[in-house]
Design a protein around this ligand. Structure first.
Ligand code: BGC
Length: 920
């Protein structure tokens, strides 16, 4: 028999034996397990929450194999001391049976505004042994009641008004840029402070200062939302920055997304013309009393050294105009002007649910060239989004100009034509005397190259450094194999994600666009979750998506909704369903699904109501088609019906997860109806799908729109189509998303491998051969024959084609989730003949998963790591169960292996958590 299954008694005995053998008596008593990586609302020690039942999560750690959690206990306390004494005055859950480690809702004492809460967790392992308590973690509550905000919106409109009076008014062709403004106040502290929390928000971007120190080292706070509806605040613990006596609060406010340029065609002031800030310092004294210091009419205003700043246009800074100490109490601000109060709108003010944007990496120049005298071009080796930091010595008044580009022209100069109206130019005017360092705070660029002019000599290596900015989502994955091109592809995908995660998922970080394009977002969402932990990031953006939903249920082209229209059309609008579902699938986040379920339904109803009676598309509707395909347009109707079916299917699944049985039946029935219409209208008896494009076949196969016989024919047609293109793809954004996954699904990973290894046009490898360090918007962004594609639309940092990372993780590494949240894992690598080894790691909500395989003279080796409290099924091609060993032992003797079974040409091995070394 090629099949065995351990009885649970036997495996328990083996576990016990191993524990004894390891001499781990004490560990055994404590269970050998530990909760770690504590998070609250999917963030580490978040401040200023408004969730009245914040959710907790942790990861189980254990040195034992096949370990799992059988119970947990959380205690939450109002002080670290109480917590240390195991006193949960806020909440003591008691011992709760269960294996869940995510999404556990607080259900203790009602939480109050400004409350600081401390918590820890312990767990019981599968043998019922309790762990020690985890290290403590904390969270704080924000301003929960509308009345808690006593601070007023303030700003300083005079600079802009004066420019308008002087005739400097923005027009459709003429850019006008404004200076950020500075606002300040002083206050005194008479008593000992227990906690000082600064709450800050802006219609615009803020940089908050306390007593001369910058409070937020993050960028672009408080992020981009539909400011007419809601704006987010951030909370900062500033206890250490305050002192007895006189203190000062200062803030700089820039236009940002609120009133700066964004999108194409010289468009600014999208929400208003009067940037505002609202800050409130909440002081909790040791004697229990409280006090608030907030923005109001008594604050004073001035401009500073930033002459102007804009997302698209860049920042101009005159260091001679610096006012050292402007944000301290000693500064004499008597001649500063009065502030303006009141805002142009009254949005809800809520805590930001996602991570902030910060510097995630520095890049130094790999080469510095001088294409013409005094023009220095730095190659940073990586295309990314961010800013440059200067460290130079100059004469007073000496002006340094920085220009940014993703590529070089053939003459070695920076190529900026594809930036369109984004002038992306920063200037720094030196103070003189000594070393000066500077980085802009109120702009960002997408670039690999920096052109520096105005220096008197070639820059030193640290004179101009690139700082990569991104929403600070924790890295979740690593990819490595012995094909440098594939490694580069992973890097390119990773960096293109980083460059486009700037508070919202954008299409591109460089040209005059930078919008939350819905199509791109849904296409790339799943891959994004594999590169970084994007749960909190999407939690935030999904609100933007719902805020942008049209009254009739249609989702827009972009969210937040600006510049492009409110009719997304097939594969763009569908982000409103696909993204919440993906967040559920990857993180098991039921609450997000619940929150967006009604809006998902409204969208399905919209699609249904505009369809013909037999559920085919209406006569007229907007559709981008398979955007940027290669001379293989897929009929809009095919895409429209396929996506309608897919989103309906996902909404049915969401209904099932949420226990809405009637809804599930309704949406499943609708799915069947759409599927029938699809077959009736577009599928020929020989399985040719109207248009005969790769994209058409891919959608039908990926979305399960065909019955078995038609699916088999469509699979053959897809393979024929690829062969007819000499083994190349022809898909655009829509088709590429599922192309490789569909090939894997139909058992044609041989074709997927061919596509991934191609380096001729069109392919991922082609761009890498042309030196790409990021994912291009177009397959032919630059070619040796034609040079640059149409500069009207040619970004070198668009992530859609990077969706292939999902296939790479799920096939080259073989790591897949079996059901939601990687609780059950499948590890079934494709042992690509062209590779000698491949290693993929993915940090799931349950912990680190690893799949690393290697061909050795002795045979195939596969190292697998599965986190505690999960199980996995591992597939290894083999002729028999007996031909596989684990750590040198037959599978039947391997600890943690619960079954092994030959199925066709593969052996499926079921394992519990731990590290395993399989050999064949
Ligand atoms: C954006 C895309 C977007 C497309 C839709 C472009 O301008 O950059 O990424 O999906 O428009 O047509």
């Amino acid at each position: 028999m090629h099949h065995f299954r351990f009885s649970s008694k036997l495996s328990a005995a083996i576990r016990l034996g191993v524990t004894l053998f390891a001499g781990a008596w004490i560990q055994c008593a404590l269970g050998g397990s530990q909760p770690a990586a504590l998070r609250c609302e999917n963030l580490v020690n978040p401040l200023g929450l408004a969730e009245l039942q914040p959710r907790f999560s942790w990861e189980m750690q254990s040195s034992e194999r096949a370990e799992s959690q059988t119970a947990w206990q959380i205690i939450a306390a109002s002080s670290p001391d109480l917590l240390a004494r195991d006193t949960g005055d806020l909440w003591d859950s008691g011992k709760v049976a269960g294996d869940e480690t995510t999404g556990i809702e607080y259900s203790g004492q009602p939480l109050q505004s400004n409350e600081h809460c401390y918590w820890k967790v312990r767990l019981w392992d599968r043998d019922g042994n309790p762990s020690a308590w985890s290290a403590p973690a904390m969270w704080s509550m924000g301003l929960l009641q509308p009345g808690d905000w006593k601070a007023e919106w303030i700003g300083f409109d005079a600079p802009r008004q004066q420019m308008a009076a002087a005739g400097m008014v923005p027009t459709k062709t003429n850019d006008v840029l404004y200076p950020p403004v500075r606002l300040r106040t002083t206050f005194s502290v008479a008593k000992k402070i227990k906690h000082a929390t600064l709450y800050a928000t802006a219609l615009g971007w803020f940089d908050a200062h306390v007593n001369g120190a910058r409070v937020n080292d993050t960028f672009f706070d408080p992020g981009w939302t539909d400011y007419t509806r809601r704006v987010y605040y951030r909370a900062y613990d500033v206890t250490e920055l305050l002192r007895p006596g006189a203190n000062a609060l200062g803030v700089e406010v820039a236009d940002g997304w609120y009133s700066g340029y964004i999108g194409w065609g010289h468009k600014r002031d999208h929400y208003g013309t009067k940037p505002r800030v609202r800050m409130q310092l909440h002081l909790e004294y040791a004697d229990g009393s409280q006090e608030d210091v907030g923005t109001g009419p008594d604050w004073k205003a001035a401009t500073g050294p930033v002459l102007d700043a804009d997302i698209l246009k860049g920042e101009n800074y005159d260091a001679r105009m610096e006012k050292p100490g402007w944000d301290t109490a000693k500064f004499d601000g008597r001649n500063w002007a009065a502030v303006d109060t009141g805002a142009e709108m009254s949005p809800l003010v809520q805590p930001h649910p996602g991570p902030p944007v910060r510097v995630i990496q520095e890049f130094k120049a790999q080469t510095i060239t001088e294409p013409s005298p005094g023009v220095y071009v730095l190659n940073l080796g990586q295309n990314f989004a961010g800013v440059a930091r200067l460290k130079i010595r100059g004469e007073p008044g000496q002006k340094i100009t920085l220009r940014f580009a993703e590529r070089l022209s053939s003459d070695g100069n920076v190529y900026t034509t594809n930036l369109r109206t984004a002038t992306a130019t920063d200037t720094y005017i030196c103070r003189g005397g000594g070393t000066e360092t500077w980085m802009p705070r109120f702009t960002f660029h997408g670039f690999q190259y920096i052109e520096v002019t105005g220096l008197k000599h070639k820059p030193e290596p640290d004179a101009v450094v690139g700082l990569a900015l991104s929403s600070d989502t924790p890295v979740a994955s690593d990819f490595d194999c012995d094909d440098a091109m594939l490694n580069r592809l992973h890097k390119n995908i990773y960096w293109t994600q980083r460059a486009n995660f700037i508070d919202i998922p954008t299409d591109c970080p460089q040209r005059d666009e930078r919008l939350g394009w819905m199509g791109d977002a849904q296409i790339y969402c799943r891959a994004a979750t594999l590169n970084t932990d994007a749960q909190a990031f999407y939690t935030k953006w999904l609100v933007d998506v719902e805020d942008a939903q049209r009254a009739d249920g249609e989702f827009p082209k972009v969210a937040p909704l600006k510049v492009a229209g409110d009719d997304g059309g097939p594969a763009w609008a569908d982000a409103g369903v696909i993204c919440p579902w993906t967040v559920y699938e990857v993180y098991g986040d039921r609450r997000e699904l619940e929150r967006h379920y009604a809006s998902m339904c409204r969208f399905i109803e919209f699609c249904r109501d505009r369809s013909t009676p037999d559920m085919l598309p209406p006569a007229k509707y907007h559709c981008y088609g398979d955007w940027l395909n290669i001379k293989a347009p897929t009929p809009s109707n095919v895409i429209c019906t396929a996506y309608f079916a897919y989103s309906t299917h996902l909404t049915a699944r969401a209904a099932e997860v949420l226990g809405k049985t009637d809804d599930a039946a309704k949406w499943n029935a609708l799915f069947e109806q759409i599927k029938a219409a699809f077959n009736q209208a577009y599928v020929s008896p020989d399985g040719v799908i109207q248009g005969d494009t790769q994209c058409g076949y891919v959608l039908a196969l990926a979305f399960d729109l065909l019955d078995a016989d038609k699916a088999a024919m469509a699979a053959t047609n897809l393979a024929r189509n690829i062969a007819a293109r000499d083994g190349h793809l022809s898909t655009g954004f829509v088709g590429t998303k599922d192309l490789m996954l569909a090939l894997a699904k139909i058992g044609r990973n041989d074709l997927a491998l061919q596509l991934i290894h191609n380096d001729t046009y069109p392919s991922w490898g082609f761009s890498i051969k042309q030196g790409a360090t990021s994912i291009w918007e177009r397959w032919d962004g630059w070619t040796p024959d034609k040079g640059f594609q149409d500069p009207k639309m040619n970004s070198f940092a668009h992530y859609s084609f990077g969706a292939v990372y999902q296939w790479m993780v799920e096939n080259l590494g073989g790591i897949r989730t079996d059901g939601p949240a990687y609780k059950h894992i499948i590890i079934a690598p494709v042992f690509d003949e062209k590779l000698g080894h491949a290693r993929v790691t993915y940090h799931s909500v349950h912990g680190e998963i690893e799949s690393a395989w290697e061909r050795t003279p002795a045979g195939l080796k596969l190292r697998v790591v599965v986190p505690p409290n999960t199980t996995a099924k591992v597939a290894i091609p083999a002729a028999s169960v007996e031909s596989i060993t684990e750590s040198g032992k037959p599978l039947a003797k391997a600890v943690g292996v619960t079954s092994a079974k030959l199925d066709g040409d593969r052996v499926w091995i079921e394992i519990g958590s731990g590290e395993y070394l399989f050999a064949r």
